[in-house]
Design a protein around this ligand. Structure first.
Ligand SMILES: Nc1ncnc2c1ncn2[C@@H]1O[C@H](COP(=O)(O)OP(=O)(O)OP(=O)(O)O)[C@@H](O)[C@H]1O
Ligand SMILES: [Mg+2]
Length: 335
């Protein structure tokens, strides 16, 4: 049992919670909890709870406590954070950990206070908050401590955040309360309209990950899916191609591009010229979508690139933010 307090960076995402200590990601679990409805007691969380989705009796509810990056169910979030801290630090600790938790850029003070409170209630000895784009930029080592422009887009599951940063602070940014999940929904809608078939969001997500792309690909892939006929309710197969997914994703990706464009528009020209030189960093699970870098590059007119570790960098950066707290504190959300 370690006597010293541990220092953790927590990326509290809509779909995944990731925890880093130093530069190492020590935990990654789906942001899902299984709750006994009558007692409001959590019986499983993370992957274990995710495996129960759609397969539980009426007495249990499997839920995601975050929506579009912000806490929708305070209690369940707190239960999850408590379970996570206990798993990482053990029950017999004298000092709780010091924790830096991420919040989306632009959340209200009520929303950020909820994250702060939940972390303390869950056993954090000290809790601080950092905006996700700032954490991600620290995690991928962008030179944001300098008086020059750095742009990063977090393509999360429930949110999209585009930000320009300099001097360890956010200069201009915008959050769209839509992300990867809206891409899945667009695929569901496309298949219903074109084939008269109903498919679930999880199937749509699989299709997106397996054959999806943001721009037409040289090598067209296809996948066989099973849906439910919209009219007679019977199961029926259909085959989807990469080209069809590109078409289905056009509109939600357009919204994401518009968000990034608006941020560029309100960025001072000197900083924009730095960004043109350095490119736009893409992070989050959505950065894994084939061709997203090409689409962004074309639509923004500035080279965009996927960072090395798009899904882990925000947690790593949160841990980094804790180490750098004295330097960056002025630029962190107040609680
Ligand atoms: N290979 C892939 N291609 C396309 N999308 C992907 C791929 N892998 C993961 N994703 C998507 O990434 C999203 C999850 O990303 P991430 O883990 O960054 O989200 P999050 O941090 O939980 O959400 P948020 O930051 O919005 O709160 C999901 O929508 C998932 O479908
Ligand atoms: Mg995220």
């Amino acid at each position: 049992m370690a006597l010293f307090s541990r220092e953790l960076g927590i990326d509290l995402g809509t779909f995944f919670i990731r925890v880093a200590e130093g530069n190492e990601v020590v935990l990654q679990e789906p942001t899902v909890a299984a709750i006994v409805i009558d007692e409001q007691k959590m019986v499983a969380w993370g992957q274990e709870a995710q495996n129960m989705l759609g397969k539980v009796p009426e007495s249990l509810e499997v839920t995601r406590p975050l929506e579009n990056g912000v806490i929708a169910d305070y209690e369940v979030t707190e239960y999850m954070l408590a379970a996570l801290l206990k798993k990482l630090t053990g029950p017999l600790r004298i000092f709780g950990p010091r924790v830096m938790v991420t919040v989306p850029y632009g959340v209200t003070s009520v929303e950020s206070r909820a994250v702060h409170e939940a972390t303390l209630q869950a056993g954090g000895r000290e809790a601080y908050l950092v905006q996700q784009p700032l954490a991600a930029a620290l995690g991928v080592d962008l030179p944001i401590g300098t008086p020059s422009g750095n742009m990063l887009i977090c393509l999360g599951g429930g949110s999209t955040q585009a930000a320009v940063m300099a001097m360890y602070g956010i200069v201009s940014a915008e959050t769209l309360r839509a992300g990867g999940m809206s891409l899945d929904e667009a695929i569901v809608g496309y298949v219903r309209k074109k084939y008269g078939l109903i498919i679930g969001q999880l199937t749509a997500e699989q299709v997106k990950i397996r054959i999806g792309a943001a721009v037409p690909q040289e090598e067209e892939q296809s996948i066989e899916i099973q849906g439910q006929d919209q009219v007679n309710g019977l199961p029926r197969p259909a085959s989807l191609t990469t080209g069809e997914i590109v078409e289905a994703l056009r509109e939600p990706l357009g919204n994401i591009i518009d968000t990034a464009r608006r941020v560029l528009e309100k960025t001072p020209p000197e900083l924009v010229s730095d960004i043109i030189d350095r490119g736009v960093a893409l992070t989050g699970g959505g950065a894994m979508l084939r061709g997203i870098d090409k689409l962004m590059t074309k639509e923004l007119g500035i080279p965009a690139y996927r960072v090395d570790n798009p899904m882990m960098c925000t947690a790593q950066g949160a841990a980094r933010a804790l180490e750098m707290y004295p330097v960056i504190r002025r630029n962190l959300p107040a609680v």
